[in-house]
Write a protein that binds this ligand. Structure first.
Ligand code: HEM
Length: 320
């Protein structure tokens, strides 16, 4: 059942006008619910999507000078999820949007490693507080968003960047997915190297069928029946002058890049069949050889994903 949920705190804020102080700011997941609505038992963001099985296979050995990570030691099994940003669960797949990919990988020494990447080149705002303000403004309507944007240079820069991007309906398998936030690789000597990474489609051929209700699933299945579907995991090593802890600032210019691994999709399934409903793609669950940067957005993501996870699983339990 889809219903619009307005929490009590948000109602109080509505009556006070569009500007809320930092203490009054609703939790960002409440704002997602107010903006997107709620599909009970489902994610509060990236609601529509599906699960896949894949392998992650090491590629360029030179990554090992930067990390002792077992992610790059042998072929590993992956449970992944591809999804639409936003909260629409039943809408037809006929409009271009922003997409995400979650990966859950268990290393040979039984450590869990999670990645959650998306199609943004950089984040629209610099801090979790600014993101909470932006989501709150969205729950208040266009005037509030415009007022927020007037005072936020990062959002202005992001909007200008997005307006130059192509707006065709491109299937999931045609997109590059970026870590957006920065992390560190750590090697045996304890040296830390700041990185970002992207999953870049490794094949050129792509079938594109007519758009329909579940275009993204069906199109990817067509491609998978026809040829291998592989993404290259391209690790970008930070230059000395790159800003590490602010996801709203892209790393421009020439960089050392390493194709550390290949993600090879084996099969697709629904969230329920593929067990994706039970996975929390928390970006701070990292195996040895990786560490988080000090970007505060990472902790904010962990908090929001946990709230969303608890809400959806408790609703699911009630309906079982
Ligand atoms: C402060 C910023 C952010 C907040 C508050 C936020 C919040 C959320 C929430 C609540 C979910 C649903 C989680 C669940 O129920 O399991 C979600 C899903 C997701 N987010 Fe974020 N997000 C943020 C930034 C990002 C960024 C920067 C990326 C990627 C670089 C990203 C990628 C994803 C992906 C891929 C999913 C879907 C994972 C899945 O399939 O379960 N998010 N996000």
């Amino acid at each position: 059942m889809i219903k619009k949920m307005i929490s009590l705190s948000a109602l109080l804020l509505l009556s006070q006008g569009p500007v809320a102080s930092a203490e009054e700011m609703p939790n960002v997941v409440d704002s997602f619910e107010n903006v997107f609505g709620v599909t009970e038992g489902k994610r509060r963001n990236h609601t529509k999507g599906f699960c896949f099985n894949a392998t992650l296979t090491p590629h360029d050995e030179s990554i090992k000078q930067f990390t002792n990570s077992q992610l790059f030691s042998e072929e590993l099994k992956v449970i992944g999820r591809l999804s639409h940003g936003g909260g629409s669960y039943l809408a037809a797949d006929n409009k271009p949007g922003k997409y995400g990919m979650g990966l859950s990988i268990t290393t040979p020494s039984d450590e869990l490693h999670i990645m959650a990447v998306n199609t943004l080149d950089f984040f629209p705002v610099a801090t979790p507080e600014a993101f909470a303000e932006l989501m709150y403004a969205k729950s208040q309507g266009a005037d509030a968003v415009n007022a927020f944007k007037k005072g936020n240079v990062e959002l202005q820069r992001f909007a200008a960047h997005m307006s130059k991007k192509e707006t065709n309906l491109t299937p999931y398998e045609g997109h590059t997915y970026n870590s957006v936030n920065s992390f560190y690789l750590v090697n045996d000597d304890g040296d830390k190297t700041a990185i970002r990474w992207a999953f870049v489609p490794s094949q050129n051929e792509s079938i594109v069928i007519e758009a329909g209700q579940d275009f993204f699933f069906e199109n990817m299945q067509h491609n998978l029946n026809d040829h291998d579907l592989v993404w290259d995991m391209v690790v970008t090593i930070a230059n000395a002058d790159d800003v590490i802890d602010n996801p709203a600032i892209a790393w421009e210019g020439k960089h050392k890049k390493i194709i550390a691994a290949k993600l090879n999709v084996l099969s697709l399934s629904t969230d329920e069949q593929g067990k994706c409903d039970r996975i929390n793609f928390d970006p701070l669950i990292l195996s040895s050889g990786f560490e988080p940067s000090a970007d505060p957005m990472l902790q904010a993501r962990r908090n929001a994903y946990a709230i969303s996870f608890v809400r959806r699983l408790s609703e699911k339990k009630k309906s079982e």
